[in-house]
Structures are given as C-alpha cells and as structure tokens.
Design a protein around this ligand. Structure first.
Ligand SMILES: Cc1cc2nc3c(=O)[nH]c(=O)nc-3n(C[C@H](O)[C@H](O)[C@H](O)COP(=O)(O)OP(=O)(O)OC[C@H]3O[C@@H](n4cnc5c(N)ncnc54)[C@H](O)[C@@H]3O)c2cc1C
Length: 497
C-alpha cells in the first residue's frame, strides 16, 4: 500500500497527495519531529497551534476511516525511516513542502513529490510571469493574477473601474471611539492540555503566554473565523489598515494568516467569500479589493519570490547590518512605548499586525542596523503565522532592505512622526517624536536620520530616495544626531533603552 505523508503545514483533506484518495487505499503518515520543536525559542502559542492542529487533523482522518501512523521521532527523516521499516510501503507520496529544506529532504529520501496546490499561483507559474522582466513589482503581479483568474474582473476590466483603492487605506486611527468586533475564542479541551504538556517538554526555551483559544486548531474553527471576518470585519477593511491602537490588537485585519499558512484555509475559498459578500452588497468594493490584494497579491508574490531567490536569499545582508537583536524584542524592559506594546502583543498572542511588524519592529531594526538573520530567526519563532517562505521576503526584503532593493523599491525607514500620526503610542511615551537630539529625542527620529547618513553610499543610486537624502544633507545638526545615534544603538544592544 502507498503511504501519503502529510507535513505539519499541509493540513488539508482535499489537497496535494490526499486529494481523491479514500480510506483503505492509502496509509497516512504524520511525523512529530522533536528536533523541530527544540530548534528555536518558539512562542508557546505557535508550538501549540501547529501541534494541536496536526493532532486534530489526524483525528479527523481517522474518523473518516483512514489508517494514520502518527509518529513522534527525533527528526522527520528518522520518522520516515521508522515508518518504512514498520510498514514497507510500495511508495511514499507527499505534497511538495512549503520550505526549501523540506523539499531537499524529501528528494534525498526518495519521496514522490506532487505539486503544492496550497496557493493559486504555483512557484513555476510565478517564475514564468517573472521571466524576462526587468522589474517585478507586486502591483504588476497582482494585475496579472486578477486578469488570469478573472477575480474582480468584468469583461477584461477591473471591477469598479480601478485596480487599486489603496489611496483610501492610509488613514490614521479613527478618533470616534468606535469598538471593533471581538475576536472569536474557543474553550480549550483535553487535547490542548496534552499538547501543552508536550510543548513544555519538547521546547524547553518556549516563551509567551499559554494558549487561550484565540487561535483555532481545526478547519471548522478556521472557517468560523473566516465567516466572522467577512460578515463583521471586512466591511471595515481598508481605511485604517495602517493604524495602531493600544487597546485594539486586530482592528480590521483578518488574522487569517495562521490558517492560510498551515492549510486549514485555502486562499481561493477566502477570496471567494470576500467576492460573494461584495456581490451581495454587504461589502464596499474598496474593502473587498483591498483584502483580495493582500491574499492573491502580496501573499502569492512573497511565495513566488521566495522560491525564485532561495537558497542564496537567506543570507542577504546588503547594508551590512551587524547589531545584535535588541533585548527589548525578547521582552526586556524598554521605555519606547510603541516597541513595548508590540512586544507585549507578541507575548500575549504570538501575533501583531502588519504595520507593527513593519513600521515599529522592522523600522527600528532597519534604522538601528540589526542583523537580518537574527530578525528572521526571532520573528519566525515568535509569530503564530511564521514560516520561512513568508518570513524571508517580508523581513529581509520588505522590512530590512537586506536584499538591496530586489523586493522593496526603497527602505521602509521612517522617524517617530510616522508612528505619532498612525498610533496612540506617543502621547504617554517619554520620548518626543519631533526631536532628533537630546535625551528625550525619539530614537526612531534620531535613527532615521542616522540611517540615511550611514547608508548614503548604498542608497545614492536609488532615485526614490533623492528627497530623503537631500533633506538629511541639509540638517545643520547632523553631527549631533549621529553622535546621539551611536549612544542609542549601543543602549538598544545592551537593553537599556
Ligand atoms: C517583518 C514582517 C514579518 C512578517 N511575518 C509574517 C509571517 O511570519 N507570516 C505571515 O503569514 N505573514 C507575515 N508578514 C506579512 C503580514 O504582516 C501578515 O501576513 C499579516 O499581518 C497577517 O495578518 P492578517 O491575516 O490580519 O492580514 P490581513 O491584513 O487581513 O491580510 C490578509 C492576508 O493577506 C496575506 N498577506 C498580507 N500581506 C502579506 C505579506 N506581506 N506577506 C504574506 N502574506 C501577506 C496574509 O495571508 C493575510 O492573512 C510579515 C510582514 C512583515 C513586514
């Protein structure tokens, strides 16, 4: 009998090697690798999310009648070897893994690899789109995706007469004191309790709060969150996507990335739900389009770039950033209100939204010059939705400009003024976002100018940076700013900022 090997981020009955297979035809293998759990300082909720989702998926397959060999082994490869020794399968078949090293491992162990259909655009189709292009802008890819899939298209034209309503999505936080829909939460059960015992044993360095039911670990739970998002949150999606509020962790973000990333949801069903809501006039075009752009645009673009540029991409460090990971990111004390809030959010639920990742944590790491590999490692282990394929382009390319501009056309560097405009963090922070020198100057503001000065040579050839570099050169107090920046970077690295 053939064995179908299901990896921990492929938890979907109707995809890959399980598609069209029935109980009795194949045996299923699922391996829990203890090395994987011990390999990083994982967030508890992240480790729990993956392990509990795997175990519940196995229960669902068994309930359907499949024979499942759920095996705890030191590594995936030893689990496979033990399975082969016990069952002598005619062949082992798997869907192509989401990770580069996973793909190599399967090839080394003579597993039959089927195409990965967890995305709408395969890595091969993406490479075809990219081939021969001088520039690979996300917007061009997104329009190509819309055209070829017919998503939000009418007779070859974009629905609503525009491709993109992004210009409506940059509003600061609403000042009307509105409340946002509550996140769903499920009670934990005996499976969760058992998983948590195993997490504590297998991940000795695990950190963060224990799970509280915020993250669903079944397809039914993921579908409930999709439904709630479309009905209650999607109509609000868009205008305040870049806003950050102390008392609201999700705003109108979907928080669906964890489910998409391990197979509990498929991007097609997620966008179909958004399109249906738009067609039924429950959601405005700007919200539907903005959300769909994230899913079939950004997400699939990042997936395609990752496969095109690996494995060299992993070691990118174009700006030669060498600062160690700030202890503040690991929960150490910090007086920076926005950073403390983002890190507390990670501790509480292993998730903060895009702008906190990009414009607070990423921006600080970029302007201070934190080592890209340290940021990747930390974020990968800290987020419930973390995975190498999504982490590398987002952290190295988008947040840190470590790929020298292959992905982002310019560095996402900004001073404290941006954070002040888009959040309610600066009001009670001891630093002043308008100041760039002095002990109460906002470190984001000081580091922003210093970043431009420090990397002037590397950025000079980028014509989108002309205005920023020009403003930096005109600063009369640049020497004092740079002196203060040395102190800030030192204190950041020592954990005393
Ligand atoms: C420094 C940094 C680290 C990140 N790390 C991760 C990560 O570990 N895992 C992860 O899935 N995303 C990551 N992202 C991308 C993005 O921030 C998250 O996908 C998003 O915040 C998830 O929240 P959401 O589901 O509410 O997204 P929404 O705003 O509701 O967007 C809908 C969906 O679009 C997809 N999406 C949107 N933007 C991106 C993007 N840039 N890359 C990939 N998918 C995208 C996600 O699947 C998301 O669920 C990172 C971004 C940055 C800048």
């Amino acid at each position: 009998m053939d064995t179908v090997w299901i990896l921990g981020d492929q938890l979907r009955r109707d995809l890959g090697a399980l598609r069209g297979r029935h109980p009795g035809e194949v045996r299923v293998l699922v391996v829990e690798s203890t090395a994987k759990f011990a390999s990083k300082r994982w967030h508890r909720q992240r480790a729990h999310f993956v392990l509990a989702s795997m175990r519940r998926f196995v229960l669902e397959l068994r309930a359907e009648g499949f024979e499942v060999d759920l095996r705890v082994a030191p590594t995936l490869a030893t689990g496979l070897a033990e399975h082969r020794a016990e069952f002598s399968p005619t062949q082992v078949v798997a869907m192509s893994p989401m990770s580069f090293s996973g793909r190599q491992m399967l090839e080394r162990h003579e597993v039959i690899v089927l195409p990965n259909d967890q995305f709408i655009c395969t890595a091969e189709e993406f490479a075809g789109w990219a081939s021969g292009r001088r520039s690979m802008r996300m917007e061009d890819f997104y329009r190509w995706q819309r055209t070829r899939t017919g998503v939000l298209m009418v007779e070859g034209e974009p629905e609503g007469g525009r491709w993109n309503f992004d210009d409506q999505n940059r509003e600061p936080p609403p000042s009307d004191g509105r409340s946002w829909p509550e996140a769903l939460r499920e009670p934990l059960d005996a499976i969760d309790a058992r998983v948590m015992l195993d997490v504590e044993r297998r991940c000795p360095s695990a950190f963060g709060d224990a799970p509280d039911g915020t993250w669903a670990t079944t397809r039914a739970g993921a579908l409930a969150r999709l439904q709630q998002f479309v009905e209650e949150v999607l109509p609000l999606f868009g205008p305040h996507e870049d806003a950050m509020l102390r008392n609201e962790w999700k705003l109108a973000h979907s928080a669906l990335s964890p489910y998409l990333n391990i197979g509990l949801l498929h991007p097609r069903e997620v966008i179909d739900a958004a399109i249906d809501a738009y067609r039924a006039s429950r959601v405005p075009i700007a919200s539907a389009e903005g959300f769909i752009r994230q899913v079939i645009g950004w997400r699939e673009y990042v997936w395609g770039l990752h496969w095109m540029w690996m494995p060299q991409y992993r070691t990118s460090n174009a700006l030669d950033a060498q600062l160690a990971l700030p202890p503040a990111f690991l929960g150490g004390p910090t007086e920076l209100s926005c950073v403390a809030h983002a890190v507390a959010g990670i501790e509480q639920r292993g998730w903060v939204h895009h702008i906190e990742r990009l414009m607070v944590l990423g921006n600080l790491a970029l302007t201070a010059g934190v080592r890209p590999d340290a940021m990747v490692e930390w974020m990968w282990a800290s987020f419930v939705d973390g995975a190498e394929w999504v982490m590398l382009p987002n952290v190295l390319g988008m947040a840190l400009y470590a790929d020298g501009g292959r992905m982002a056309t310019k560095p996402y560097a900004s001073g404290g003024a941006y954070i002040n405009r888009m959040s309610d963090h600066c009001g009670d922070c001891r630093f002043d976002p308008k100041k760039r020198t002095g002990t109460d100057a906002c470190p984001f503001t000081t580091l922003y100018w210093d970043f431009l000065a420090r990397n002037e040579d590397a950025l000079r050839g980028n014509n989108r940076m002309g205005n920023q570099l020009g403003s930096m050169r005109k600063l009369k107090d640049l020497d004092a700013v740079r002196e203060r920046a040395v102190e800030i970077r030192d204190r950041l690295a020592r954990g005393t900022l």
